[in-house]
Write a protein that binds this ligand. Structure first.
Ligand code: ADP
Ligand code: ADP
Ligand code: ZN
Length: 213
């Protein structure tokens, strides 16, 4: 099962992708997590990506596409995967389709988690992210058992720099300009599924599993 998560920043893609990965036994591939791991490790890719991420801009396609094509070709991804945060532009989607077509493969579902812009700033300012495993929590909607400590791995939780309201506004306009057109792209392919992302996390997940079976 090959799944793409679509939705605005903060819509809950990562939250749902983790649950999907667990239930269906497939890897969760988050390009944001991959970039943040590279930044943490001080790699060349991390240095390049950071300049864009700090501004809420997208990292250029040429820095993202090969990385993802390589990742989905790895052994643990042979029975499927859930892509979170990729594709984010039409050229990225086309590159993925092309790479998959070359091995007679294709994406099965593009799940769009719908959350209106009004809700996003609130979600982001309360989001806390684990520096070690990328797990995300919310101070109000999904608090950890111990404040500031990741339930999953014991790592430290932070408010991401790019989750501050000024940057979130930028990220939202980038989303509308560059990423939202993917909804139409996958709709035309007949694989788009929409779920209401404003309801409780468990309810969102139920809607998704009803689609995936
Ligand atoms: P969110 O959880 O808010 O959706 P991500 O963790 O997916 O954010 O992404 C954080 C940042 O990493 C983005 O704002 C962007 O700068 C960069 N990024 C992640 N994935 C991509 C991608 N597929 N293409 C370009 N930039 C990306
Ligand atoms: P994305 O990966 O799309 O950027 P996340 O999964 O990181 O989004 O979720 C953004 C924030 O909103 C996190 O703090 C998360 O705990 C919270 N969140 C996710 N889903 C819901 C929901 N259905 N209701 C309320 N808060 C949610
Ligand atoms: Zn963690």
């Amino acid at each position: 099962m090959k799944i793409i998560m679509l939705g605005a920043p903060g819509a809950g893609k990562g939250t749902q992708a983790k649950k999907i990965a667990e239930k269906y036994g497939i890897p969760h591939i988050s390009t944001g997590d991959i970039f943040r791991a590279n930044i943490k490790n001080g790699t060349e890719l991390g240095k390049k990506a950071k300049t864009y991420m700090d501004q809420g801009a997208l990292v250029p396609d040429e820095l993202v596409v090969d990385l993802v094509v390589d990742r989905v070709g790895q052994e643990d991804a042979k029975n499927g995967y859930v892509l979170d945060g990729f594709p984010r532009t039409i050229p990225q989607a086309e590159a993925l389709d092309k790479a998959l077509a070359a091995i007679n493969d294709k994406v099965d579902y593009a799940i769009n988690v719908e959350v209106p812009d009004e809700n996003i700033i609130n979600r982001m300012s309360g989001r806390r992210a684990c520096v070690d495993c990328g797990g995300t929590y919310h101070i109000k909607y999904n608090p950890t058992k111990v404040e500031g400590v990741c339930d999953a791995c014991g790592g430290k939780l932070i408010l991401r720099d790019d989750d501050k309201p000024e940057t979130v506004k930028n990220r939202l306009s980038v989303y509308h300009e560059q990423t939202q057109p993917l909804i139409d792209y996958y709709s035309k392919q007949g694989i788009l599924k929409e779920v209401d992302g404003t309801v409780d996390m468990e309810e969102v997940f139920n809607a998704i599993t009803a689609i995936l079976g």
